[in-house]
Design a protein around this ligand. Structure first.
Ligand SMILES: [Zn+2]
Length: 167
């Protein structure tokens, strides 16, 4: 038995020997499993994007218009990154457990990169429209300087001075 997504459709393959009742039960079960898997893949991306749009409207006069905003698991050295060409923003899931004003700062930082790619004075001028920008930077510096206590337990100290780097 298998199930997969095909565009907007979901295809569930069941043995021809199944009765209607068995088929129905298994299709239901496979759909549940697929939904759970999808949810694991990208939990909270919609909420993150909504938050980014709200911040852009509040602090950046909607100048930054991200096409996609999502959580990613593969960013260990950076808190966030963005690609101005396709207006995509990626936020490290390591931030998920941190205070919301810290996540908001990283979102604002990346949103501003959609307008200004480098870290020049005009970049920081826009970032500081977010009132807790300095506080959040201090918070993240503290986290970066502390030995890593999570899974790996390697105790390594990250060396990036400005973890939020746009690409
Ligand atoms: Zn940056």
């Amino acid at each position: 038995m298998s199930a997969y997504r095909d565009g907007d459709k979901t295809v569930v393959l069941v043995p021809a020997t199944f009765s209607r009742a068995e088929e129905k039960r298994w299709v239901g079960r496979m759909l549940e499993r697929l939904d759970a898997r999808d949810e694991r893949r990208r939990p909270g991306d919609d909420a993150l994007r909504a938050r980014a749009l709200d911040l852009a409207a509040r602090y950046l006069d909607r100048r930054a218009r991200p096409a996609s905003v999502r959580w990613v698991d593969n960013q260990q050295a950076r808190w966030g990154s963005c690609t101005p060409e396709d207006r995509s923003i990626r936020i490290s899931r390591r931030l998920a457990g941190m205070p919301s004003w810290v996540v908001d700062y990283v979102l604002v930082h990346e949103l501003v990169h959609l307008v200004i790619p480098h870290h020049g004075p005009e970049f920081w001028e826009l970032v500081r429209r977010y009132p807790k920008a300095e506080r959040a930077r201090g918070y993240l510096e503290g986290v970066s300087a502390a030995p890593r206590l999570d899974a790996g337990g390697s105790g390594e100290v990250e060396e990036d001075d400005d973890d939020v780097v746009g690409e």
